[in-house]
Design a protein around this ligand. Structure first.
Ligand SMILES: Cc1ncc(COP(=O)(O)O)c(C=O)c1O
Length: 472
C-alpha cells in the first residue's frame, strides 16, 4: 500500500505543532477523511508539506499512537488504527507499541535477551542419537513421571547448577519448564490474590505478566549500584506487609547490576526480620565465571531459587530448576502438577545428555567468548556514551543524553530497523522509568549487523532526535 498524501491544515487545531498534528489525525479519522489501515504520509513528505521538522512529525505520530489512533509497523510506516481495536499490551513482537508483523531480514533485533544464535543441530542430533541407543529408557521418557522430575535428571541438573560455593541437594529440586514456569509455580504455591510482592523498580516484564494474571500487587523498590536499597526495602516491608521479594541479583534485567555480597546479606536480614520469603531469579548467573554466592546458599530456609538453561544453552528446550526449602517443596510440586503435570522428560533428557557429554559446558563457554567479542565492539563504537554493562552479559543499559526521551529513541531506532526496549517496558507500576534503553548485544545475528546497529545508534546519540531523522 502506498503512503497517502494527506496534508492537514495545522492552524485549525489547538496545541503545539506536534499536538496539533495528533489532533488533526483524530479529526481526520472521525470525519472519515482517513480510512482504517490507511498508511499515513512518510515523515519526510509531511514535514516538507507542513514546513516543520521531521522530528515534529515523529512526535505528532508518537502522540497519535499513544492515544490509540495509529499503529506503527517496523519498516512499513504508520497506519490508521481501525476504530474499536484497542492497542494490546506490550508482548514479544510488540515493541513499545510498534507492531512487528512479519520478521524482516533487514531488521536487527536487539530487543530480546536471548543467547547468541548458533548452529546446534549437530549437538542436538548427537544427544538424540545417544538416547536412541537405549530403547527401554526412551520408552520410559514417554511415560508420566513424578511432577518434580525423574531422580537421575534432578541429580544431573542439581550438579549443573551447583557452584564451587553452593552444592545443590537433588532432593531440594523441582524441574520446571524454564524460569518463567518456575516463577509461576512458586507464586502459585506461596501467594493468594491480593498479596503484595516487592521487586526491583525496573524488572523482567515476564514477572508482571504473571502477577497480573494472578491478581497480585507489585511494588517497585529503588536500586543503586549494589542492588535493592536496604532502607527502601525495610520501609516497604513495614508499610505493605509483603508476602515475597522477587529479585534478579546477577545481571539484573534490565539494569545489569550485580548485587554485592554485603547487600545480599542486608536484604536477607531485612526479609527474615519481616518474614518475607525471597524468590531469587538467578537465570544469568552462569554466564559469569565467578558470580557472588547465591542468596539461596546464604539462607536456604528463606529463599526459593530459580534458574534455567534458556540463557546458557537453549530457550527452546524449556528446562529450568527450582530449589526450595522442604516447607515449600511439596506445594511447588503441586503447582507443577496443576499447571502442566510435569516438564517433558524428553526435553530434560536431552539437556542431561548435553551436560554429561560436555557439550553443555562447551556451548556455555562459546556464549561467553562471543559476548566478550560483542562487548569489545560495543565499547569501541559507543566509546564515551554513558552505559552500564556486566561482561559477558547479553545486554547493556544505555542512559540517554538530555536530547532524547527513551520512547522516542526506540521509535526512531525502529524506523532505522533496529529494535530495542525502552526503560518504561520494565517499570513496575508507577515506578519512575529513567531515560534509558536496553540493548541486547546478543540479539544481532552476527558481528557485522551488530556493528551496523551500534554505529546507527551512535549517530543518533551524537545528532539528537530531528537531525538524526533528517538524514534517513
Ligand atoms: C530475569 C529473567 N527471568 C526469567 C526469564 C525467563 O526465562 P525462561 O526462558 O527460562 O523461562 C527471563 C527471560 O528473558 C529473564 O530475563
Amino acid at each position: 500500500m502506498k503512503s497517502s498524501k494527506w496534508v492537514p491544515d495545522l492552524a485549525q487545531f489547538p496545541g503545539t505543532r506536534y499536538q496539533a498534528l495528533a489532533n488533526a489525525i483524530e479529526s481526520g479519522i472521525k470525519s472519515a477523511q482517513l480510512k482504517p489501515d490507511e498508511r499515513l504520509p512518510t515523515h519526510r513528505f509531511l514535514a516538507d508539506a507542513l514546513g516543520v521538522t521531521v522530528g515534529t512529525v515523529t512526535r505528532g505520530y508518537a502522540e497519535a499512537e499513544s492515544r490509540g489512533l495509529v499503529y506503527a509497523v517496523v519498516g512499513r510506516g504508520t497506519f490508521v488504527r481501525p476504530l474499536g481495536t484497542a492497542p494490546s499490551a506490550p508482548a514479544e513482537g510488540l515493541i513499545h507499541g510498534l507492531r512487528i508483523d512479519e520478521p524482516s531480514s533487514d531488521v536487527i533485533d536487539l530487543s530480546l535477551n536471548l543467547p547468541v544464535t548458533a548452529d546446534k543441530a549437530a549437538d542436538l542430533a548427537q544427544a538424540m542419537g545417544n538416547l536412541a541407543q537405549h530403547p527401554a529408557e526412551m520408552n520410559r521418557l514417554l511415560c508420566y513421571q513424578p511432577e518434580v522430575g525423574m531422580a537421575q535428571h534432578r541429580r544431573s541438573l542439581a550438579d549443573w547448577f551447583s557452584r564451587s560455593d553452593w552444592e545443590i541437594n537433588p532432593d531440594d529440586t523441582i524441574i520446571v519448564q524454564g524460569a518463567q514456569h518456575g516463577i509461576l509455580v512458586t507464586l502459585m504455591a506461596l501467594t493468594r490474590p491480593g498479596d503484595i510482592l516487592l521487586t526491583e523498580g525496573l524488572t523482567y516484564p515476564g514477572l508482571t505478566a504473571i502477577t497480573q494474571q494472578m491478581k497480585l500487587e507489585t511494588k517497585g523498590l529503588p536500586m543503586d549500584a549494589e542492588g535493592i536499597v536496604p532502607e527502601a526495602l525495610e520501609a516497604a516491608c513495614q508499610k505493605y506487609s509483603p508476602r515475597l521479594l522477587y529479585c534478579i541479583p546477577v545481571l539484573q534485567n534490565p539494569t545489569t547490576v550485580v548485587m554485592s555480597p554485603a547487600r545480599r546479606a542486608q536484604v536477607i536480614d531485612i526479609c527474615k526480620k519481616y518474614q518475607v520469603m525471597i524468590l531469587e531469579d538467578d537465570i544469568y548467573a552462569q554466564l559469569l565465571s565467578q558470580a557472588p554466592a547465591p542468596m539461596a546458599s546464604m539462607a536456604p530456609e528463606a529463599v526459593i531459587y530459580v534458574s534455567s538453561v534458556s540463557k546458557t544453552l537453549s530457550p527452546g528446550l524449556r528446562v529450568g530448576l527450582v530449589v526450595a526449602p522442604p516447607l515449600w517443596r511439596d506445594r511447588i510440586a503441586a503447582a507443577v502438577r496443576a499447571s502442566c503435570w510435569m516438564t517433558s522428560p524428553i526435553s530434560v533428557a536431552l539437556v542431561c545428555e548435553w551436560i554429561h557429554s560436555g557439550l553443555a559446558a562447551t556451548q556455555l563457554q562459546q556464549q561467553r567468548d562471543e559476548m566478550y567479542r560483542r562487548h569489545t565492539l560495543a565499547r569501541e563504537i559507543l566509546g564515551d556514551a554513558s552505559y552500564d554493562a556486566c561482561i559477558p552479559g547479553f545486554h547493556i543499559w544505555l542512559k540517554l543524553p538530555e536530547t532524547w526521551r527513551a520512547g522516542e529513541f526506540v521509535r526512531e531506532a525502529a524506523q532505522r530497523k533496529i529494535l530495542l526496549k525502552a526503560a518504561g517496558v520494565f517499570a513496575v507500576g508507577h515506578f519512575d522509568a529513567p531515560h534509558a534503553v536496553r540493548i541486547a548485544l546478543s540479539g544481532a545475528s552476527d558481528m557485522p549487523s551488530l556493528q551496523t546497529a551500534l554505529e546507527t545508534l551512535r549517530t543518533m546519540l551524537d545528532d539528537g532526535p530531528s537531525l538524526a531523522l533528517s538524514v534517513v
